[in-house]
Design a protein around this ligand. Structure first.
Ligand SMILES: N[C@@H](CCC(=O)N[C@@H](CS)C(=O)NCC(=O)O)C(=O)O
Length: 209
């Protein structure tokens, strides 16, 4: 299986990290976002939506959307169960994964894509161009403060975001915290539980994938 991938893109890292935890080997096809290769005519033949990551099977079947890709890899390789186990376990992973994505990853994206010249007229990834709204950059920073507070409160009561077991919510949590460096947002010194959790997960071999 091939993964169209850019090393520094958070959604790509989510998939690489997840695949590594599952022990799934992928062949990486680099798509250089620094030169906007994802917007090229060649890449449009691969993914008309012009986003990465994208998984391509040996029979040519293509799948985009990082969570859909992780779901596919999970269905092929159920162990370890990173989407939770049991009715409530699965629901809690879903809840925390969505919270991290909507309140954390999207807040970094809002701050970054509306705040740097590199994304002028490209404030939203995908096939359509959207202008930047500078106020959204400032709002993204404030949303990240709330996100870090939410994680600190949760991790003061639970070893992992969804409870007792490590899951894709933790993977995306670490990916998001690391991506936030792009907008100079670091874990506050006061957030000891968040820092401990981040250090523990970052030490996993899959974190380097
Ligand atoms: N919801 C999609 C989002 C994909 C996405 O936005 N990927 C970014 C990289 S993390 C991208 O393709 N950006 C292209 C661009 O900025 O033009 C997913 O989860 O895969």
């Amino acid at each position: 299986m091939k993964l169209y991938d850019f090393k520094f893109a958070p959604n790509c890292r989510r998939v690489r990290f997840f695949a590594a935890e599952k022990g799934v080997a992928l062949d990486y096809v680099p798509v250089d976002m620094m030169t906007d290769e994802q917007l090229s005519a060649d890449y449009a033949q691969v993914n008309a939506r012009r986003t990465i990551p994208l998984l391509e099977l040996d029979d040519g079947t293509r799948l985009s959307e990082s969570v859909a890709i992780c779901r596919y890899l999970d269905a092929l390789n159920p162990e370890p169960p990173l989407f939770g186990t049991g009715p409530m376990g699965v629901a809690l992973v879903e809840m925390w994964h969505r919270r991290v994505e909507l309140e954390g990853l999207m807040a970094v994206a809002e701050a970054l894509r509306n705040g740097v010249d590199r994304f002028k007229d490209r404030a939203i990834p995908g096939p359509h161009n959207f202008e930047q709204i500078p106020a959204l950059a400032e709002r993204g920073h404030r949303r990240l403060d709330s996100f870090y507070d939410m994680l600190e409160a949760r991790l003061a009561e639970s070893p992992y975001l969804a409870g007792e077991d490590y899951s894709i919510a933790d993977i995306l949590g670490v990916v998001t915290v690391d991506f936030a460096r792009a907008v100079k947002k670091r874990i506050p010194e006061t957030h000891e539980n968040l820092a401990r959790w981040h250090a523990g997960i970052s030490a996993r071999p899959a974190a380097a994938a």
